[in-house]
Design a protein around this ligand. Structure first.
Ligand code: SF4
Length: 305
């Protein structure tokens, strides 16, 4: 897994947007689709209300849930049926794992810092609070670049699916759900009513973006291990590779103080009714101590996307 299903009717965008949407000068209505409940509801509502839609853009990180790929295909089929358009799929040419493990560092200051710290010169490691390289490289840059290009060519308006109860994230585009006062819960209910259910993803998870996201809640990770063991297995492989390449540095650790392997052991212990504990680093004065884990053991900074 990791890439969307082969043979999909989705349009993989690599060329000129104008050849797919409008070809003349004038308005261009561009919809940013994250694939989640809010942006899906926004698109469906815009179609239902007869609003113009000239292009729908979705950035595929390559690390979406299999159910999300099927959802996007379903939305694509609906969009084609209703408006004769296909979704423009935007992808980084090399993808998540290349960026995580292989991207060569070129900036002089970055190279010097890595040499000084003894960190390998390739790869960004796990995304961290301070360096969240993934969102920019795999999502926002791709979409912003296309939207800005459209804005240069057309009188373009970009529509972003943010719910009414999440207005803090507005940044000057058009937010129809905010305008219509549609909350997150209402957006999800509306999608279900239209037959879009993500194969049950929202019945399990609070969020449905990258399954390997280090910023998701601890409970989401626990559920991932239980409901998507094949993806959890891939996380363990990525974890082993990150540790081998970067060691127990911020780039090699899945989250501060935690590897995926440690989390795996913790969840396993929980399932068996055992209390999980791990050794704290030798500290000299304190000596080694057992560190017990609780729900706050991991910083609970959910990914904003
Ligand atoms: S969901 Fe997480 S891993 Fe994926 S792009 Fe966003 S921050 Fe990065």
């Amino acid at each position: 897994m990791g890439t969307r299903a082969e043979g999909s009717a989705l349009f993989l965008f690599q060329g000129e947007v104008g050849t797919v949407g409008k070809t003349g000068k004038g308005d261009y209505h561009a919809v940013s689709l994250s694939g989640g409940k809010d942006s899906t509801a926004m698109l469906l509502m815009m179609i239902e209300r007869g609003m113009p839609v000239d292009g729908v853009f979705w950035a595929d990180t390559g690390m979406e849930f299999p159910e999300m790929y099927r959802h996007i295909e379903k939305v694509d089929a609906y969009l084609f049926r209703e408006r004769g358009l296909h979704i423009h799929v935007l992808r980084h040419p090399r993808g998540f794992e290349w960026l995580m493990f292989e991207e060569p560092k070129q900036k002089k200051s970055a190279v010097e810092r890595r040499i000084r710290d003894g960190v390998p010169l390739c790869g960004n490691g796990w995304p961290g609070i301070r360096v969240r390289w993934c969102t920019g490289q795999l999502k926002t840059h791709l979409i912003t670049k296309e939207v800005n290009r459209l804005k240069g060519e057309y009188d373009a308006v970009s529509y972003v699916g943010i719910a009414y109860d999440e207005p803090g994230r507005c940044k000057g585009e058009r937010y129809p759900l905010v305008e219509w006062r549609v909350t997150e819960e209402e957006a999800l209910r509306y999608c279900y009513g239209k037959g879009f259910d993500w194969g049950g993803l929202y019945e399990i998870y609070h969020r449905c973006s990258c399954w390997c996201c280090p910023f998701q809640r601890i409970d989401e990770l626990r559920k991932l291990r239980k409901h998507h063991p094949e993806l959890w297995g891939r996380m363990l492989e990525m974890d082993a590779r990150a540790l081998a390449q970067f060691g127990e540095t911020p780039l090699g650790m899945f989250r501060k103080g935690w590897t995926v392997g440690l989390l795996d052991a913790r969840f396993e212990a929980e399932e068996q009714g055992r209390r999980f504990c791990r050794k704290k680093k030798e500290t000299g004065a304190e000596g080694s101590a057992l560190l017990f884990c609780n729900e706050t053991g991991i910083p609970d900074a959910d990914a904003a996307d």
